[in-house]
Design a protein around this ligand. Structure first.
Ligand code: BTN
Length: 238
């Protein structure tokens, strides 16, 4: 684990280290990001020292199409550690958000270098809201939560990181197994819901029926037609 006071983005630091040959299991964690990135080109912002911002490096022996399983492993590991710390159930929202009570607790940004059909490396950047207040008046009050807000307790981020990594060690050993997919599906509140997904080809609305082992979402629209939506789409409740 390499810890920094301030970086642009932990994903960017880890990408550089991956290119320089860093081994699988390398973790970059920072107190502050000055250019934190979210999915779909968004920014990821957190006050310095308030949340857990880290990226984990994998060098998986997997086909490129299966790297989403690492996102599932990170999601489950973070959810379990967060749940134990806050004493509140943590849901997964497809494709890679964690929520408590319908509010966003954490997000995961996967990035990879693919050569031919194999990933040379994959990084998963996790942003977990730990000690933010998100009090009334905060622009994120309605949509975001933190472990402190959910539990009423201020938490030690280093202890939390150790717990996430311990659970990640367990889940990465299940990477090719159905148990990983089942656990992820079991936490996924998107399944069974009516949702609207913005895709590069336009919006699709329907009931979320299943998640594929590659992390795509199966939606059934009102005409009964099934749509397979890849993980980079953006999901909204209609
Ligand atoms: C999302 O949009 O929900 C994904 C957010 C991922 C944020 C984390 S914070 C640590 C890592 N470094 C980044 O720049 N982004 C990810």
């Amino acid at each position: 684990v390499r810890a920094f006071e301030s970086v642009g983005s932990t994903n960017d630091v880890l990408r550089q280290m991956a290119g320089d040959g860093a081994p699988a299991g390398t973790v970059v964690v920072a107190d502050e990001q000055t250019a934190g990135r979210g999915r779909m080109g968004r920014q990821w912002q957190a006050p310095p020292g308030s949340s857990l911002l880290f990226s984990v490096l994998f060098r998986p022996d997997l086909p490129a199409g299966d790297v989403y399983r690492l996102v599932m492993a990170c999601g489950l590991a973070t959810a379990e550690a967060a749940e134990a710390a806050a004493g509140r159930h943590v849901d997964v929202k497809w494709p890679n958000d964690l929520q408590i009570g319908g509010k966003k607790l954490a997000g995961i940004l996967p990035e990879s270098a693919i050569v031919g059909e194999r990933p040379l490396w994959v990084s998963a950047g996790v942003g977990l809201n730990v000690n933010q207040a998100f009090a009334a008046g905060d622009p994120l009050h309605e949509t975001a939560t933190s472990l402190r807000r959910a539990s009423g307790r201020t938490l030690d981020r280093a202890v939390l990181l150790a717990q996430v990594l311990a659970r990640l060690n367990v889940w990465t050993q299940q990477i090719g197994r159905e148990v990983l997919l089942d656990a992820w599906r079991g936490r996924c509140l998107t399944l069974g819901q009516r949702v609207r997904v913005e895709t590069p080809g336009g919006a699709v609305e329907g009931v979320a029926e299943d998640i594929t082992p590659q992390g795509a979402l199966w939606l059934r629209d009102e005409a009964g037609q099934r749509h397979r939506i890849a993980g980079e789409a953006s999901l909204r409740l209609p």
